[in-house]
Every structure is written in structure tokens, then in C-alpha cells.
Design a protein around this ligand. Sequence first.
Ligand SMILES: NC(=O)c1ccc[n+]([C@@H]2O[C@H](COP(=O)([O-])OP(=O)(O)OC[C@H]3O[C@@H](n4cnc5c(N)ncnc54)[C@H](O)[C@@H]3O)[C@@H](O)[C@H]2O)c1
Length: 505
Amino acid sequence: MTALDLSSPVAVVGTGTMGQGIAQVALVAGHPVRLYDAVPGQARQAADAIGARLDRLVEKERLTATDRDAARSRLRPVGELAALAGCSLVVEAVVERLDVKQELFRALEDIVSDDCLLATNTSSLSVTAIGGALRMPGRFVGLHFFNPAPLLPLVEVVSGFATDVTSATRAYETARAWGKTPVASADTPGFIVNRIARPFYAEAFAVYESQGADPATVDAVLRESGGFRMGAFELTDLIGQDVNESVTHSVWRSFFQDVRFTPSLAQRRLVESGRLGRKTGRGWYDYADGAERPEPHTAEPAEPPAYVIAEGDLGPAAELLALIREAGIEVRERDEDNGTRLVLPGGGQLVLADGQASVEFLDVVYFDLALDYRTAPRVALSHCRDTSARTVAEATGLFQALGKKVSVIGDVPGMIVARTVARIIDLAVDAVAKGVATEEDVDTAMRLGVNYPLGPFEWSRRLGRGWAGDLLEEMHEIDPSGRYAPSLALYQYACATPDKREDTA
Ligand SMILES: NC(=O)c1ccc[n+]([C@@H]2O[C@H](COP(=O)([O-])OP(=O)(O)OC[C@H]3O[C@@H](n4cnc5c(N)ncnc54)[C@H](O)[C@@H]3O)[C@@H](O)[C@H]2O)c1
């Protein structure tokens, strides 16, 4: 099954933000494109806006003037749905309402030929439910583009229960012919990206709600230690708190209020107060002219310890030993089979976040997971009130001697990066086990759809297959609400091969 022929006309219905972007992609790829919108004049305005964007591409020398002129001549706004007869593909990007979409596709079926492919760009409705209204639901598929569609490469090609393989394959190949990177997804709440990405926001908000750290500190740790492009607070301010919250609610409701997808009370209050993010001038942060961006917590300089005693295998943090030696601090290695930690000269312990709280132990400071300890500019530490000042100072001085900024947060089990990554891995493994997508497509989707530095499976191979499950089990013990309960799929995944780090670097 091949992609649609470039001479085949493509229709875009609903010419707002997404419709315009999708139309531009199909147009630049070479198709004749027809635009239709329910609001009179909107399709014409959209055509003008697309034309202006093509002009900018010519200015930036990404499109020749000849190609722009040819593209413009292929673009046709129409005033009637009936004018879409003869199209080979209709992509719908109207308002996110099931009844509106169903009614639209029912009307379209009476207009287009039986071999016309029908696609929805819905981000949160069930493709199966929309297609359920159709006489021929086999030719109905989800084509989920990301905003801005001309720039972001990912397209989730979603098969509903009734979608036939030839239609899904044709949609997939067409997206690829348009220069996109398609991934195949089953029809599941949130598809791939919006399902697996939920903990990225939820865990950051949970740390904040538990008074563990303020937004600026959480964001800095996610960026500078976790390697994420943006922190969860600044990213949701960019997306819009209302938009982000509505996706979270939709996924949570669609999973029958599964506790693992519980929305955040703090975000609810933010939305209720009208602080929707950049678009309203205020969200988690203040965007008013001259408003100062709060600084993340960064510890004052502390004396590094003269030596550390390394006990056991530090697992994902093993690289630290080389860094400590390079910083001129002696590392004494001691074989221990009852734990993995760094023992400081004062007797306190430094342990990689493992899902336990430091209050459970005598004199422990936890340090957070980093994507790469060598290059991470910041590392977070957590401790409880009983941790001695000497241990906190020695732990702080140690990481500072490695050239890191140190953010000290509250006694947060699983800290910030570690609990976020563990939950993302769990949801990814669970999704693959439930047939949502392949491991490879999940990794591609998370890297391209939300810019994660590594796909969840790549990350898991680096950390060791058992790492996420071990951490979540500890967290589940402390918080038995089910939010952190590792999935059965994660358990099976961890058991499938020996628990060793499969360093792919
Ligand atoms: N904005 C995003 O980031 C994003 C990303 C991926 C998917 N989506 C999905 O894309 C779809 C469109 O979102 P958007 O952000 O472009 O919305 P938008 O509000 O910018 O545009 C929607 C357009 O649809 C038109 N419309 C409404 N009902 C119609 C109908 N019955 N027939 C024809 N036109 C109709 C409206 O007049 C409007 O121009 C939604 O399903 C949304 O979930 C949005």
C-alpha cells in the first residue's frame, strides 16, 4: 500500500491552528488542498495566513518563489462541504467535541467517494467513537499532528477498532511522504504521547503540592539534571494550563479514573484563577513586563569531604566515582552486599534516590537521578530534619567539587527526576504490553512529540530493566494509593532478562 498520489486532492475541514498547519504540510508536499470551515470567511482567511507563511519560507530560502506560487495555485478555500467531493483524503481539525465530529463525518460520507480516506486530528477523543457514526468506519483513521504541524515531525497514526489495515497503512505512508515521522498507535486514551507523558507533569506538580520544592527548582532540576528541554511548570505555562489540564482530565476519565492519572489540585486552582500561562500573562510564573523570574534553590558553597567510601555498585550513578576521583577526592571502595551508597567522613550516607524517604534512615542524604552525571550542571539533594547538618554539608560540598550546582529539596521519596523517569518507563512498558505501539515507536514518539532526551525504553536499558520497578515498589509501599504501583507489565519486563545495565551508549 502506497502513499496517496500527489495529484490527489486533500481536504482540511476546520481551519484554525491545526487545520492551517496540516493544510500547509499537504500543500508543500505537492497536493491540491481544499479548505473548509463552518465560520464563513474563515477558510479564506486561513488560505491567506498559509500564503503569508509560504512567503516567510521563501524569505528564509526554505522554499523557492516558483514552488510557493505553484503551492498557492493549488490551495482553494471553499464555502460548501459539497465542494469536497472528489477529494481522496479529508483531515478534520474542528472543535474537540464528539457530537460535532460525528455529525461532520456523517455529512462527509454522503459527499465523498467510498474510497476517500477520512482522518481526524483529535488529540483526546476516541477514534473508534468518532468512526462509530460512519457507514464505512474501516476507512476512518486518526492522524494526530503536533502543534505547530509544519515544524514538528511526529504524526501518530491511530487505528480505531474498525479501522482497516489498508487505510491505516495508506495514512501512515502518506504522512511519511509528507516528510513526517509517523508512528502507529492503537486507539487508547492519549494515544502514545499524551498517555505516557502524564507523569512528567503530574510528578512535578505532586512534588510542589507536598512542599518538596518550588516550581523554579523543580524546573531547573528537570532541565539541568534530567536533560529535559523544559521543566513541567514552564512547559505547561507555554501549552496553556487549561489545555494541559483538559488532556490530563480526558485521559484520567477515559481510564475510568485510574489513580495513576489523577489530575493535580494545584493546577485546578491555577486554572480556576484564570492563570492559564503565557497567553494570560501569568501561570505558574509571572510574564508581566519586568516581572522577575524566580531563581531555583541553589545551595551556598560548602567544603568538600576529603574522601568518600563507596559501598556496593552505584548502578546508574556509577560514573560518579570517576568524577569524584577526577576532582581530587579520594574514593575508598568497600565491598558490601547490603546496600549501595557513598559513606561520608562524618558517617552520613549519600544514596541515589530509590523511592524511599530519608526519614526512614539514620543520617541519609538522597541525590537525584541525572541523565548524565558528567555533563549535568545541577544535582538535587533531599534529606529530612533528622539528617545531620554535617552530612548535608559534606554531600553538598562533594557535588559542588564536581562542578555542580546543588538544589536541596524536601524529603521527597523518588525525588524529582527519578520518580518522573520511573513512572514514564512504567507507562511506556505497560502501553507496549497492551498493544498500543511498539517499543521503537514509543521511543520515537516521546523523543519527537515531547522532546525527551531519551525514549523510555532507551532510558530503561541504560538504567537497568529492574530500576524503575524497584523504585516504584518502594514508593508504593510508602504511598499505597496505587498511584505508584508498578504495572504487571513492568514486573514481567524486568524479569524477562537478567537485571543488568544494558548500556547502549
Ligand atoms: N491546538 C493543538 O495544540 C492541537 C494539537 C493536536 C491536535 N489538536 C486537535 O485539533 C483539533 C482542532 O484544534 P485547533 O487547536 O486547531 O482548534 P481551533 O479552535 O484553532 O480551530 C477549530 C476550527 O474549526 C472550525 N469548526 C468548528 N466546528 C466546525 C464544523 N462543524 N465544521 C467545520 N469547521 C468547524 C472553527 O471555526 C475553527 O476555525 C481539535 O480536535 C484538537 O483537539 C489540537
